[in-house]
Design a protein around this ligand. Structure first.
Ligand code: FES
Length: 108
């Protein structure tokens, strides 16, 4: 695999697990997981702040694969929201790597 400074140089496949089955999508280089989901599967994920790393509603549970590195903004919001489970990530901040598999967590 080849990485650039800001992320992958090619599309990566991501599998979303849902109660009614799985959805597979390609995430282009530089695009967040949230952007890719919202572009192709409108309404599948909640993101009240629109991807600005403020609300925490875009949570996913990482089931496997490469979720990408966690940046300081995501780490900061996770601390504010007391998210301690390392498998829980914010889709709007994720630049996923190969083979990522996630569950979308619907906000309560
Ligand atoms: S969409 Fe609000 S934190 Fe991700």
């Amino acid at each position: 695999m080849v990485r650039r400074h800001a992320g992958w140089t090619h599309r990566v496949k991501v599998t979303l697990h849902r109660v009614d089955g799985e959805v597979t999508l390609d995430v282009p280089p530089g695009q967040s997981l949230f952007q890719s989901i919202a572009a192709r599967h409108r309404g599948l994920i909640t993101a009240l702040c629109g991807g600005c790393c403020v609300c925490g509603t875009c949570r996913v549970r990482v089931l496997g694969g490469d979720p990408g590195e966690m940046g300081p903004d995501e780490a900061h919001l996770r601390r504010q929201l007391a998210i301690t489970d390392p498998a829980i990530r914010l889709a709007c901040q994720m630049r996923p790597g190969c083979g990522l598999r996630v569950d979308i967590i619907q906000p309560e």
